[in-house]
Design a protein around this ligand. Structure first.
Ligand code: PEP
Ligand code: MG
Length: 591
């Protein structure tokens, strides 16, 4: 019997392979004291190890910049700063000098204090900082103590790698040819290592929790980084279904690569527009290759998380312009910084909050920090002169936020008339709070478009933290409350003449996509790696059948009664060789 695990979908894509644990927990550092005469020698040993660690990280930073991108390379800056932090360095030296501890023991103690301090802050941001600490601990201690005996070897055969915590420096070293996928106990979608996995196109499911410990070395696993699901010890039937899916999608991909991607139509010839979600500018290549019709969500905050200093206007301008120019014929929707929640830049003093997802997040931060916001707006306006850029505000709850943003945008445009181009910048909102759902008709005259954020809307409507894996089974975006809301949003948008796209992850689930099409949505923005499955489903379904079906589901009281008929429809509509596989892969019944 197979088992199922659920985690946070961190990097899309599917994989099947043998589980291989990478354990980079160092064994306990022996307690060793030294004599007074050895103090200077121990300090020198520590200094050499620290400098070597700095050099290695700087080298990793250079390689990352060359092979992945300059923005990703900056994730190593906090580690370099930590290794130069006088509190860490002087603290270690004084433990050696005053407590007569060995270099490794003194450094480890000092790091432990840092760790407790981070944990004390109870801040989501610590997840990233802890991974950084682990990285530098590993480097300095392995240098000081060759014999610590840690096996970091990746097996010769490609495998699915399992980690307690994936640190950034290990993540950048992952070879996509040999690493089929990554599963971790800890981590968040916004963690540096998850960003790297997405950039390297390695499927990843993070935050699985202690259940992952039950997966023994060498066990066979199937994983889906787009839905956060993992099948441990799959049955023959599940393996066959999975293989059919992969073969089918590959064939589709090849056929499509040979010809132009072209627009997408449903079976009854209704046009569906598929744009891409981007987490970083480097993602544009994959988006163009996938045949995306523009960008429906560019998560600009990935430019700032983990950064010690605000990226200046020019750096932002270059990043936005790169994306805009990659799509000369399509719109690019830049979302203003969605920081807070689980994404924290280091340059903002973000106090620890009891409920960060209900806290100082996104537009609230931007309006409170006009210096930060203005530089983003200026960069966006300048980039907008090179293409069709739109601006979208996340986490909106009120008209005041929208009006204040528009006012600032207009001030910025007026301040740089020669760089603003002549197209104007459409301004829209994410529909991801219940407040906006309820007042969409009232906001309509003030917005140029809206985009449905099913990820946050689900957590806010169902009162279930999206990062809490324990609640994953409750946070179903097809809960009747949400299903009815999607219907109402669509109706209101049509009546109020508001152009609406869906940019949350729901359409990457075939059942979710079918539901949204049935409810009248025609524009979706999805990760590049989801294009093959989504296209397949778009082409196989009929909007009129789905409309009828969805009409009959609006009075259903439990989620399974919504999912099951839609799953049956999708399965019957898809070509026989994909149906059961899609069913399996996305865990239609598993939610
Ligand atoms: C959403 O909330 O649905 C969304 C698209 O934004 P994010 O996942 O970045 O919060
Ligand atoms: Mg959101």
């Amino acid at each position: 019997m197979s088992r199922r695990l659920v985690g946070v979908a961190a990097a899309p894509g599917r994989a099947r392979g043998i589980a291989h644990w990478i354990v980079h927990d160092l064994p306990p550092v022996p307690h060793r004291t030294i004599g007074a005469g050895e103090v200077e020698r121990e300090i020198a040993r520590f200094e050499v190890a620290r400098e070597r660690a700095c050099e290695q990280i700087a080298q990793l930073r250079r390689v990352t910049a060359r092979q992945i991108g300059e923005i990703e390379a900056k994730i190593f800056d906090p580690q370099l700063l930590m290794l130069e932090d006088p509190e860490l360095v002087d603290g270690t030296v004084s433990y050696i000098r005053e407590n007569f501890l060995s270099a490794e023991r003194a450094f480890d103690w000092r790091l432990l204090e840092f760790r407790f301090r981070f944990l004390d802050s109870a801040h989501h941001m610590v997840v990233d900082r802890l991974a950084d600490l682990q990285d530098i601990r590993f480097r300095v201690l392995s240098d000081l103590h060759d014999g610590l005996g840690v096996d970091l070897a990746v097996p010769d055969q490609p495998a699915v790698l399992l980690f307690r915590e994936l640190t950034p420096s290990f993540a950048v070293g992952l070879d996509p040819e040999r690493v089929l996928g990554v599963l971790t106990m800890g981590g968040t979608r916004a963690a540096h290592s998850a960003i790297i996995a997405r950039t390297l196109d390695i499927p990843a499911v993070v935050g699985i929790g202690t259940d992952l410990e039950q997966v023994a070395e060498g066990t066979s696993v199937i994983m889906d980084g787009g839905s956060g699901r993992v099948i441990v010890d799959p049955t023959e039937e599940e393996i066959e279904a999975y293989e059919r899916l992969v073969t089918h999608l590959k064939l589709r991909q090849e056929t499509r690569d040979e010809g132009a991607a072209g627009p997408n139509y449903t079976k009854d010839k209704v046009r569906i527009r598929l744009a891409a979600n981007l987490d970083a500018p480097d993602g544009v290549r994959a988006a163009v290759r996938a045949g995306a019709e523009g960008v429906g969500l560019f998560r600009s905050e990935f430019l700032v998380i983990g950064r010690r200093v605000i990226p200046d206007e020019d750096e932002q301008y270059q990043a936005y312009r790169t994306v805009v120019e990659a799509f000369p014929e399509h719109d690019v929707t830049l979302r203003t910084f969605d920081i807070g929640g689980d994404k924290f830049p280091l340059f903002l003093d973000m106090q620890s909050e009891e409920n960060p997802y209900l806290g100082w997040r996104a537009i609230r931060v931007c309006l409170d920090r006009p210096d930060l916001f203005r530089s983003q707006l200026r960069a966006a306006v300048r980039a907008g002169a090179h293409g069709a850029l739109k601006l979208m505000i996340p986490f909106v709850i009120s008209l005041e936020e929208l009006l204040r943003t528009r006012e600032m945008l207009q001030e910025v445009i007026a301040s740089i008339p020669e760089e603003s181009g002549d197209r104007g910048i459409p301004l829209g909102v994410m529909v991801e709070t219940p407040a906006v759902v309820e007042t969409l008709d009232l906001l309509a005259p003030y917005i140029d478009f809206a985009s449905l954020g099913t990820n946050d809307l689900t957590q806010y409507v169902l009162a279930a933290d999206r990062g809490n894996v324990r609640l994953a089974h409750l946070a179903d975006p097809l809960h009747p409350a949400l299903f009815r809301m999607y219907h109402r949003i669509r109706e209101t948008a049509t009546q109020s003449d508001v152009d609406v796209t869906v940019c949350g992850d729901l359409p990457t689930d075939p059942i979710g996509l079918a539901a949204l099409i049935g409810l009248g949505y025609r524009q979706f923005s999805i990760p590049a790696s989801s294009f093959p499955v989504v296209r397949e489903i778009v082409r196989s379904v009929s909007t009129s059948d789905l409309r009828q079906l969805c009409d009959s589901l609006r009075d259903r009281t439990i989620t399974a009664e919504i999912r099951a008929p839609l799953a049956d429809y999708v399965e019957a509509a898809l070509p026989a060789d994909t149906a059961s596989a899609v069913h399996l892969s996305v865990g239609v019944t598993g939610r």
